[in-house]
Design a protein. Structure first.
Lengths: 232, 232
DNA sequence: GATTTGGCGATTGTCGACAATTTACTTGAC
DNA sequence: GTCAAGTAAATTGTCGACAATCGCCAAATC
């Protein structure tokens, strides 16, 4: 009997716990806007709706708190995270710091197998950039590119931190609603980053990353401010 | 087991939740080495020892997981985090990235009330640097200086991220055991950081921070490697 | 004798109920 | 009519119990 090859595809069992399933449902509901920001997340209500007890719901909510999707107030409960324009700016500043560091290490250590992955991800982004694909798909393809950078950096802390704020970033983008028109253009601003990475040009890669993130930030913040004005 | 440990310098807020109290006790037990690394944290045992049920213990452990003090394996439970020399290096690299960014923003926005706090913290570090103070006090005074930098940066994400890895840093330092001899010297390497901050010299402040963190890293890693060799 | 398989003990996963706390409402006084 | 206090409803905080799962060890098989 030869044991199962533990190559790359080493996950035959999809048995994910109840907590993860609840967390995924909740996060999807939040990101897709089914739950509006500031809304209360009643443990009892969610538990009843999903047909489970409060315990796994509570743990799932705690997980989402780490991802910044919900906030928790003692003796008050969980609420869908609401973002101000200021917090949004802070989020993008933070992303720039983390990803810049990841880019530096990635270049210093050599890209390795990340090279092919990044190139492939650019292709993927172009593929889903056109109409016919929903925004969630486009956003996730975008995030995946940045995730690959952090994953390849060699320091797991960069990836961990990125994962924590990735959901938050998705949330803000989905909140905006229609970044759709600019999906194609935004996708192309990833190319200079990749080019610089392939040339092992550290300064240029960081600069391209800075430009890309600041463009995205300005786009999001601008739309966000418009929405705020409309609601006032 | 000691009945009461009310002697720590925190506010005895009765309004503090049971979860936080458990989390604090556990983290203290881990940092002070009462719980050795790799050791299992049985929910039932901890709950029985503290006279509470498993629910708050479980939540507290989840909190500690975010701080990197324990790791969680599905259907297996919680274990006290064990660190390799490699992870330790990654931790300090990460700290350098976060704190450098915080320093830059701190200078750009102006120090404000952080100035007095930082100066006062240097005094505090000198006060507890000598003999007669236990290492935990010295380490916490050190961490508080860095915490103040992140707190004053204007971007709460820097502080949040710092808090997540602060415990982890304390853990590694306490693991080493006796950084004691160098407490005085290490304390003084904070001074150049403060000086540069007061002069609003961004480049110099970052450089001083880099030097300080790398000195600390080398000290810890070196001692850590010695310990590893002894155990082999 | 080595490997597999079945059962046993222990631990985590989940649940429903009760206690503590907060919020909203009602009632009363000014 | 407004504000305050008291009370009731709803929600979170905590608990003990039961079910599902994992690791270990002995027995059985080749």
């Amino acid at each position: 009997m030869d044991p199962k090859q533990d190559s790359d595809g080493f996950r035959p069992l999809d048995r994910e716990g109840l907590v993860q399933r609840v967390a995924r449902l909740l996060s999807k509901a939040i990101v897709t806007g089914q739950l509006s920001q500031g809304e209360r997340l009643s443990e009892s209500v969610v538990a009843r709706q999903l047909g489970v007890s409060r315990a796994p719901v509570r743990e799932a909510a705690r997980l989402l708190e780490n991802s910044g999707l919900v906030t928790y107030l003692p003796n008050r409960g969980f609420f869908v995270r609401s973002m101000s324009a200021r917090e949004l700016g802070n989020l993008y500043e933070f992303r720039l710091v983390i990803e810049s560091a990841a880019v530096r290490r990635l270049i210093r250590d050599g890209l390795g197998e990340s090279e092919a992955k990044l190139i492939g991800q650019i292709e993927e982004m172009r593929r889903v950039a056109g109409p016919g694909f929903d925004m969630l798909t486009q956003v996730e393809a975008d995030m995946q590119f940045h995730r690959l950078i952090c994953a390849g950096s060699g320091n797991p802390k960069f990836l961990n931190t990125f994962e924590q704020i990735a959901m938050e970033s998705e949330l803000t983008i989905m909140m905006i609603g229609r970044l759709y028109d600019d999906a194609q253009r935004l996708a192309e601003t990833h190319v200079p980053i990749l080019d610089a990475l392939l040339r092992h040009d550290e300064a240029e890669a960081v600069e391209a990353l800075r430009y890309h993130i600041e463009v995205a930030r300005d786009l999001v913040v601008e739309q966000f401010r418009k929405m705020e004005d409309e609601q006032d």
